[in-house]
Design a protein around this ligand. Structure first.
Ligand SMILES: N[C@H](CCC[C@H](N)C(=O)O)C(=O)O
Length: 275
């Protein structure tokens, strides 16, 4: 039996989206990893499922899975894509959806005729306490005891941000992702501050590796820069795939604005993939 999917991306951070709102799909971590494989499957940075909301204010519940099958509590670029997709379905431009990291509110600011949109997502509040990140032991999350003294926080998923002059330092990402200080592993951001309102960012993502963009990573980097007095609370973040606008509001919520794009739709026989 064929299963419909939509392939979307936010600044080149790409997603396969499947809909379980009417019926659960036979998905397992192994099958998700096989579907996310760029040679043997459809290929994506994150695999996203939609299901019926459990909270009355939400229009949909969303889960995010990395190509290694692990689950993420947040995915900023995918959240913009989901807002665009559900907004198109329901002809509304503001909506709330449930994620493991909490309820997110989104607004579709504009749409193109070719499946594109510009979306703002309220990514909620950052959690800067060491247990929330989480870290393995009590630690000042403003300066972790690692070479380069990164700052760390959770946006619903764990992030460590290194402030660097040379982005070549991102080669440290793979080893840092699995550092024992991060019991759930971590997304590792490398940020170069180019102006008080502008940074260049590369992210080695937990369970996914380098991506062209990381929305929650951009949120984490702007909040961490402001916490360290290195940047303003409102910054343009330039990533490999383009630019996002991030604002850490006075109410502690982080707003992320950027594009969402439909790449293609398709269908796949899930039984052809290992369970
Ligand atoms: N690409 C996503 C981040 C995925 C995070 C995932 N790698 C994790 O395990 O937390 C974003 O735009 O926020």
């Amino acid at each position: 039996m064929m299963t419909f999917f939509q392939k979307m991306h936010g600044l080149g951070n790409d997603f396969v989206i499947m809909d379980e709102r009417t019926a659960a799909l036979p998905l397992t971590p192994a099958r998700i990893a096989a579907l996310a494989d760029r040679r043997r499957g459809i290929g994506c940075d994150q695999f996203v499922t939609l299901s019926a909301p459990t909270k009355p204010e939400a229009s949909v519940s969303v889960r995010f899975f990395n190509p290694d099958g692990s689950e993420a509590g947040a995915c900023g670029n995918a959240s913009r894509c989901i807002a665009s997709l559900i907004g198109q379905e329901t002809a509304v431009d503001t909506l709330t959806f449930e994620t493991r990291g909490g309820l997110l509110k989104a607004s579709v600011l504009s749409r193109t005729e070719t499946g594109g949109a510009v979306v703002t997502v309220d990514m909620g509040r950052p959690a800067t306490d060491w247990q929330a990140v989480p870290l393995a032991r009590e630690t000042d999350t403003l300066r972790l005891p690692l070479q380069g003294e990164p700052a760390a926080l959770s946006m619903g998923n764990p992030h460590a941000t290194f402030f660097v002059e040379d982005l070549a330092e991102a080669e440290r990402g793979p080893a840092l992702e699995v550092d024992p200080l991060f019991p759930d592993r971590a997304n590792i951001g490398f940020a170069r501050i180019d102006a008080p309102d502008r940074m260049r960012l590369r992210v080695w993502e937990r369970g996914a590796g380098f991506t062209l963009a990381c929305g929650s990573g951009a949120c984490a980097a702007v909040v961490n820069a402001a916490r360290r007095g290195l940047g303003a609370r409102r910054m343009t973040v330039e990533v490999d795939g383009g630019e996002m606008g991030i604002a850490w509001e006075a109410n502690d919520h982080v707003l992320m604005t950027g594009p969402a794009q439909l790449a293609f739709k398709g269908s796949v026989d899930l039984e052809a993939y290992p369970k």
